[in-house]
Write a protein that binds this ligand. Structure first.
Ligand code: UDP
Ligand code: MG
Length: 350
């Protein structure tokens, strides 16, 4: 008979995972690690650095930090994939119930971690740090302000700071969210549209001490395109025909009106063959039909994607209290093994 083996003890899971993406931040890392230790002390946490293909000494510094502190875990990319990918892998490897992300350049202050985390028990699933007094050059803060206004207007998420990398999440949020490309700026929007509760709290912010920002002015063009992606994914992802179909129907209707008018003219003997209006009418009808077909194609894709995956949102189910069993007059029920099942918590995946 095979000897029954003792099951291996489960790997210890810290309560909090700090995920820090970094790209060429060697000078900041020792001070950052020190600041984290000072802020969190002997708490139950891990520090997961994601080295996004740094070409400086960052990895060596991280190895040295790990030698001194067993809480330090390192993920290393072979090349630079970008912050969103670094966060995605950090989310996958993080073991904590609560995940906090922060930048590695000492601009986010680890002493604010408790401020962010303190909001989670208030019923929130994602808490974002609002750099109320942002310590960056004007050329960065002004376009950023415009970006924040536009994003909150279009997405319905009333945040004042979407560019913050300093956030706290409940575990189930990072398990549900897909982050890729440069969509890290829109994590609160994606979470909100999935049904999670999101909020923002003011946090301290410091100027960059070492190295330089990894994002130039190009980020604003990228941000605008990403906003378009996010708007499309959150509003029309499940009903593409509503977007393309409306545009298509408007075009076809206008084209029909124009062509009807020209037909009447033609029957009344006027030549219409050289009129620019005829070109417009035909163009409207053709593009309208194209928009409609695009929408239907989108619906087909959505239908195929939805099959076997009926849910892309989270919800809570509040049941009425169980009526007492007929035999229950204060005595425990006859089959009381283990007590009542745990209630599903908010946003639990079903
Ligand atoms: N970062 C990264 N991969 C990149 C670019 C940036 O991991 O391709 C990290 C960077 O090292 C820093 C954080 O993302 O820890 C924020 O970058 P940065 O400070 O350059 O952005 P800013 O504060 O200027 O918005
Ligand atoms: Mg920075």
């Amino acid at each position: 008979m095979p000897v029954e083996q003792e099951p291996a003890p489960p790997p210890s899971r810290p309560w909090l995972s700090l995920v820090i993406p970094l790209y060429n931040e060697a000078e900041s890392l020792v001070a950052l690690h020190r600041a984290v230790l000072d802020a969190l002390g002997e708490g139950d946490y891990e520090v997961l650095f994601v080295d996004d293909g740094s070409t400086d000494e960052s990895f060596g510094v991280l190895k040295e930090l790990q030698r001194q502190d067993p809480r330090v875990r390192i993920i290393r990319f072979g090349r630079n994939f970008g912050k969103a990918e670094a966060l995605a892998v950090g989310f996958r490897e993080a073991r904590g119930e609560v995940i906090v992300t922060m930048d590695a350049d000492l601009q986010d202050d680890p002493r604010e971690i408790p401020t962010l985390v303190a909001q989670l028990p208030q019923g929130y699933d994602l808490v974002s740090g609002w750099k109320q007094e942002r310590q960056d050059p004007w050329s960065k803060t002004f376009p950023s302000r415009v970006f924040n206004l536009v994003t909150s207007f279009f997405t319905g998420v009333q945040f004042r700071d979407f560019n913050s990398g300093f956030k706290a999440y409940r575990r189930r949020v990072v398990e549900e969210l897909k982050v890729y490309g440069e969509l890290h700026r829109f994590l609160p929007v994606l979470a909100y549209w999935k049904g999670f509760r999101v909020t923002e709290v003011p946090v301290r912010h410091h100027p960059r001490r070492f190295g330089r920002s990894k994002y130039g002015p190009r980020r604003f063009l990228a941000g605008a395109l990403d906003l378009l992606t996010v708007l499309y994914l959150t509003r029309f992802h499940r009903k593409p025909l509503h977007l393309f179909g409306s545009v298509g129907l408007i075009c076809v209707s206008l084209g029909l009106l124009v062509n009807l008018y020209l037909t009447i003219l033609w029957f009344s003997g006027e030549p219409i063959g050289t009129r620019p209006l005829l070109q417009l009418g035909v163009l409207l009808m053709v593009t309208g039909v194209q928009f409609l077909s695009l929408g239907l194609l989108g619906e087909m894709l959505t239908f195929t994607a939805v099959e076997g995956k009926p849910r892309d949102h989270v919800y809570e189910l509040v049941e009425p209290p169980e009526p007492p069993a007929p035999w229950d007059h204060g005595a425990p029920p006859p089959l009381a093994a283990g007590g009542p099942a745990a209630l599903p918590s908010r946003g639990e995946a079903r």
